[in-house]
Design a protein around this ligand. Structure first.
Ligand SMILES: *[C@@H]1O[C@H](CO)[C@@H](O)[C@H](O)[C@H]1NC(C)=O
Ligand SMILES: *[C@@H]1O[C@H](CO)[C@@H](O)[C@H](O)[C@H]1NC(C)=O
Ligand SMILES: *[C@@H]1O[C@H](CO)[C@@H](O)[C@H](O)[C@H]1NC(C)=O
Ligand SMILES: *[C@@H]1O[C@H](CO)[C@@H](O)[C@H](O)[C@H]1NC(C)=O
Ligand SMILES: *[C@@H]1O[C@H](CO)[C@@H](O)[C@H](O)[C@H]1NC(C)=O
Ligand SMILES: *[C@@H]1O[C@H](CO)[C@@H](O)[C@H](O)[C@H]1NC(C)=O
Length: 677
């Protein structure tokens, strides 16, 4: 509200016409002023600019009124007013009409576009102003006297945030407002030269649980997964410290919005019409937009990829599997990788007492726009309700925020668009014939005595091989420790290896000897030692980031270099349990496996200390620069391949624990000084 007095505005406008700089030195426009041609408004903090622009590459000079970043040299337009009605006869002029609406006139004074009369003022609006805010919102306020002439309150009559084009800025909403009747979506540009609506739209589809869909024309191509109060179940890695996503759902409105914790960071969320993806960008100070993520990301993100009662897992081949208790509808097409037909029950429901439930927990929730939400129901009541209605296929808690189950959601439709994750998302209770449940339970119990389950998670480059095993062992340990009844959250279809009887024998023999094995050469490091070695986890001693936490290079007092993996706190567990697991890992010894030297626990910090591999990972050679690639002579390559094979053979066949490595790739192969993998 630091605008110049109104009487000065015309002067300023006049000055702007004369001055070489086309920008009007203000963020406001009133009914006596206008901006035309090259003139612009700039927000008070100089973040955004409003004016007419001609998209680069457009040949016919059509001009649009838009908002772009004032400080970024490559014009990045975040909002367009008249995307359907360009100004073809320049210059375009923006004014505020007598009834307080924004109006775009062309060179012949014809009205090209005008903003909705959202306030419904209908007639005259005195003292209307349009202001461009630093968050990128263009707000039209109607100030001054109401009919009775007494109040002088200003009210927002219209704002550009209510009419997004292809970009969501922090604070904008994507969703439905029941009270004002506004529905906000983002629609891609037709092309870089044409801001008119393109093929893709990203929007909320109302009904059931809130869920956002990407449409190409009329067909859904991607879904965010239902919102369960804590996360969008199809976007597991959305949480981050600097990018805070909220989905607000109440009887009045339902929407998605986001904030950036550091408001000086320019961030935008845009629907790209070329790639058909929603992308998140941030401006980095060196110049240039960096893309943080985009969706859809992988084949499993494509909508309903595996049909009804099927689920998708990028870690498996074929990608599609059927839910427990179901089999492919058309096995031939399934076997050639086309899962779109989905699955059918192996045993029909009895629709009465003869049915039960099987729990899956690592799933993107099935599409829930046609599901029914019962806000006040406990899960027990929900189960009864589901059993009592023959069309009920599954149920789950409707809201799990804070780890507490609230309400429930019931699916009386086919379960579609599910995919499996490596981490628990939420329990979904799938209705099956009781005989089917019994069979699955029996299978799970049998397995619990003899299997080693390894679910090595997709890891990011630089993960230490053994780090992944650490997690595998963790699963293994948990599974063994868990009482049989609580094991039902694990799908029977994941990669599982049975141990042969002689392995079991060997395993139990080992247990007998465990007294002797306890004195493994495993060091327990003090936190102080680790802190000294890594320079208090200095940023420049960080050498990698794995799925389980960052990895630091440290130098112990005796000069030995070590790699310290700092496990993310999510996986924090009891000290004894952790040590037991570390001992288990330490028993895996092979010259092609990175050696675990020791561990460190302090409070809920858990760290693993490995020998340091001087030559980093194989991918830095293969995909690195020309010089590094030359270092890989054929003999070296051959030896690396043979070493990897030996390491895998040891894990798969010869180690005491049966471990299946499911994420073999160049970035997971580390090389020591002598290029031994
Ligand atoms: C607007 O700017 C362009 C390029 O700077 C210039 O060619 C054009 O003459 C300007 N138009 C007006 C009306 O000032
Ligand atoms: C457009 O309207 C303005 C003000 O009403 C006037 O000065 C101008 O001559 C008009 N231009 C045309 C092309 O009619
Ligand atoms: C997106 O919203 C606009 C109004 O803001 C509406 O006209 C358009 O039909 C919507 N598009 C879709 C695909 O829902
Ligand atoms: C869309 O994506 C392409 C390829 O990543 C990129 O070149 C282009 O700038 C993007 N468009 C927008 C509007 O961000
Ligand atoms: C299961 O139900 C389907 C359709 O409802 C029916 O065609 C089929 O014969 C049933 N199977 C058995 C074994 O009852
Ligand atoms: C069963 O559930 C469906 C969907 O929620 C509902 O339309 C139907 O009325 C229910 N039937 C009974 C008997 O409650």
């Amino acid at each position: 509200m630091r605008a110049p007095p109104l009487s000065l505005l015309p002067l300023l406008v006049a000055a702007a016409f004369l001055s070489p700089s086309p920008s009007i030195a203000t963020d406001k426009l009133d009914q006596t002023a206008s901006i035309a041609g090259n003139q612009t408004l700039e927000s008070a903090g100089g973040v955004f600019r409003l004016g007419f622009f001609v998209p680069p590459g457009s040949s016919d000079g059509r001009a649009y009124l838009g908002i772009w970043y004032a400080t970024i040299p490559e014009q990045t337009v975040v909002w367009v007013a008249n995307r359907l009605n360009p100004v073809v006869r320049p210059p375009g002029v923006l004014t505020l009409s007598a009834d307080g609406r924004l109006v775009i006139l062309d060179g012949r004074n014809a009205t090209v576009w005008s903003s909705d009369d959202a306030a419904g003022s209908g007639g005259v609006a005195t003292r209307a102003t349009a202001q461009l805010l630093d968050n990128g919102d263009l707000v039209v306020s109607h100030g001054g006297e109401s009919q009775s002439g007494s109040t002088a309150r200003t009210s927002v009559a219209w704002e550009s945030f209510d009419y997004p084009t292809d970009t969501l800025l922090p604070g904008m909403k994507l969703g439905v407002d029941g009270t004002s009747g506004i529905s906000r979506n983002i629609t891609s540009w037709r092309s870089a030269a044409d801001p008119s609506p393109g093929a893709y739209t990203f929007k909320l589809v109302s009904g059931g649980l809130p869920e956002f869909f990407l449409f190409r024309g009329m067909s859904k191509t991607y879904a965010s997964g239902p919102w369960n109060g804590a996360e969008l179940t199809g976007v597991p890695n959305l949480k981050s410290r600097d990018f805070i996503v909220q989905v607000i759902s109440n009887p009045d409105e339902t929407y998605y919005t986001y904030y950036v914790s550091d408001p000086s960071v320019l961030s935008r969320f845009v629907l790209n019409g070329t790639t058909g993806q929603v992308q998140r960008f941030s401006w980095h100070l060196g110049g240039g937009w960096s893309s943080f993520w985009h969706f859809p990301l992988d084949p499993c993100d494509s909508y309903a990829r595996c049909g009804a009662f099927g689920y998708c897992d990028v870690g498996q081949s074929p990608l599609c599997s059927c839910l427990p208790g179901f089999r492919p509808r058309s096995p031939q097409r399934w076997s050639v990788g086309d899962g779109s037909d989905g699955c059918v029950r192996t045993t029909n429901l009895s629709c009465g007492d003869g049915d039960g439930f099987w729990t899956v927990s690592r799933m993107k929730l099935p599409e829930a726009t046609s599901a029914t939400v019962h806000a006040g129901l406990t899960l027990d009541r929900c189960r009864q309700l589901c059993l009592g209605n023959c069309s009920c296929r599954a149920y789950a808690a409707a809201d799990i925020s804070g780890g507490i189950n609230r309400g429930c959601v019931i699916w009386a439709v086919d379960l579609i668009d599910m995919r499996q994750y490596s981490e628990v998302v939420q329990d979904v209770y799938i209705r099956l014939a009781q005989s089917e449940v019994d069979a699955l339970t029996a299978a799970a119990n049998r397995r619990s005595h003899v299997v080693v389950v390894i679910a090595v998670m997709a890891s990011i480059s630089g993960v230490l091989l053994l780090g992944a095993f650490a997690f595998g062992c963790l699963c293994f340990w948990r599974n063994r420790a868990a009482p049989a009844g609580s094991r039902d959250n694990e799908l029977p279809l994941q990669a599982i290896k049975l141990k042969r009887p002689r392995d079991d024998q060997r395993f139990s023999n080992e247990n007998k000897m465990s007294g002797e094995e306890d004195d493994l050469d495993l060091r327990l490091f003090d936190l102080a030692v680790i802190l000294a070695a890594t320079d208090n986890f200095a940023a420049d001693s960080k050498i990698g980031q794995g799925g389980f936490g960052p990895v630091y290079l440290g130098r112990l007092e005796d000069g030995q270099e070590v790699a310290v993996k700092r496990l993310s706190r999510k996986s924090a567990q009891g000290v004894e349990e952790f040590k037991n697991e570390v001992k288990l890992i330490a028993k895996l010894q092979h010259r092609n496996l990175v050696r675990l030297l020791g561990c460190c626990t302090d409070g809920d910090e858990r760290m693993l200390v490995y020998e340091f591999m001087h030559n980093n990972s194989l991918d830095t050679f293969i995909f690195g620069d020309e010089e590094k690639r030359k270092l890989l002579r054929w003999k070296t390559r051959f030896e690396i391949i043979a070493g990897i094979a030996r390491g895998l053979l040891y894990l798969h066949e010869d180690s005491r624990l049966r471990i299946i490595h499911r994420d073999m790739k160049a970035s997971n192969v580390l090389l020591d000084k002598n290029m031994i993998p």
